[in-house]
Design a protein around this ligand. Structure first.
Ligand SMILES: *Cc1c(COP(=O)(O)O)cnc(C)c1O
Length: 383
């Protein structure tokens, strides 16, 4: 049955795990007259935003704002805290964690990879075993390529038990501001994220948050970085005196986004984001899909389509409906499709995505009872 004609949005709706939809308040912050980053107003805004980044973690970590995407922030974290040639254990189970292993190897570190196949969960015991004589552990909390939320708390505890001095560097790019993340309690040292994920700001900023212990261990004048020397950055940023010109307009935009996220207690934010994503998974299940990961990240629903359909096909169908979702990442492009309400979206957006999925799956010839996905999503968000 062909649906009746309608008036579509004149732009794609972003239902991918980054870049995400951006709020009007954040977009308007970008439309303000240019401010100078060395002016009193510019410096005040910079300090205020740094403080909000720490508050969004809920722990007393010091934030550095990097002009560059999350990958730049991660590179800065590595070169500023891990000395040349040191042993780095990389826990890997998907695209982003593989990236950190590759990065560490290129930077000349002695890398040991502890791997699980994509879609599976890292094993705390295995990771800890490899960390005995390591300087640092790099680990991805929410693996956006597979939808797995790895048990960071258990893994950090196991690794710390065999190596108290281990420096734990966390890719929290899609868990910061979304998933329960208690960095101090869980004893992790460095948290990395980026602007176009939960903080629902245009791409271009990365964040690195340091525990007091990690801050004390930062390398002075690292030979492996100049622009990404975060020891120097942190010293400067504490005084709102950045060594380079920051993307101050994006910082203003970020500040507006952080206000929205911080308008509720972190526990409320985490629970609501999980509820929204669980609603997406429930909608997918009503259409015959299943979550690829057994411990799903609240940032993204990574769904294996039912027999006969591929992830590329589902993503292409959604794109033809002006809905920007994503297929899997190479080499698993066709295994899954990925949908998300990670950014500026509320629970009713999750309901709307459920409806969109119904229309997409109908167009693809899937058999299901109309209304089932919307009802399943509603069941989750209303309970
Ligand atoms: C998006 C993302 C990154 C970083 O990507 P950039 O494109 O460099 O911002 C890193 N890790 C995860 C888990 C991500 O989702």
């Amino acid at each position: 049955m062909t649906p009746p004609p309608h008036i579509p949005l004149n732009r794609p709706r972003l239902i991918a795990p980054g870049p995400v939809e951006v709020s009007p308040a954040t977009l308007l912050a970008l439309a303000q007259p240019q401010m100078h980053h060395r002016s009193p107003e510019g410096r005040a805004k910079f300090l205020e935003t740094r403080g909000k980044l720490s508050r969004l973690l809920g722990d007393a970590f010091e934030a550095v704002i990097v002009t560059g995407s999350g990958t730049a922030a991660f590179e800065g974290a590595l070169v500023s805290s891990v000395p040349a040639g040191a042993k780095v254990v990389n826990a890997s189970a998907g695209k982003f964690s593989e990236r950190w292993g590759e990065m560490a190897a290129r930077l000349g570190y002695d890398v040991t990879s502890v791997q699980k196949p994509w879609g599976e969960l890292l094993d705390a015991g295995e990771v800890a075993e490899a960390c005995k004589d390591a300087f640092a552990l790099t680990i991805t909390h929410s693996e956006t390529s597979t939808g797995a939320l790895h048990d960071l708390q258990a893994i950090a505890a196991a690794a710390r038990a065999v190596n108290p001095d281990l420096l734990i560097i966390v890719d929290a790019v899609t868990s910061y501001g979304v998933a329960e993340l208690r960095a101090a309690d869980w004893n992790v040292d460095i948290i990395v994220s980026g602007s176009q994920k939960a903080t629902a700001t245009p791409p271009g900023l990365g964040f690195v948050l340091f525990s007091p212990q990690a801050e004390a261990r930062l390398i002075k004048d690292t030979p492996k970085g100049f622009y990404l020397d975060l020891e120097r950055e942190l010293r400067g940023q504490k005084q709102a005196n950045t060594p380079q010109t920051p993307a101050i307009n994006l910082v203003h935009a970020l500040d507006a986004s952080l206000d929205r996220l911080l308008s509720v207690p972190l526990e409320v934010l985490w629970a609501e984001k999980k509820r929204q994503n669980d609603a997406l998974i429930a909608a997918g299940e009503a259409l015959g899909c299943r979550s690829w990961a057994s411990r799903p990240s609240p940032a993204v629903a990574v769904l294996v389509p039912p027999e006969g359909l591929g992830g590329l096909q589902v993503a292409a169908q959604l794109a033809s409906m002006n809905q920007r979702a994503l297929p899997g990442q190479a080499p698993h492009e066709d295994t899954v499709f990925r949908i998300s309400t990670l950014g500026y979206a509320d629970r009713y957006d999750a309901l709307s995505v459920a409806g969109i999925l119904e229309d997409a799956f109908t167009a693809l010839g899937a058999k299901f009872e109309r209304g089932a996905a919307v009802a399943a999503a509603w069941q989750v968000i209303s309970s």
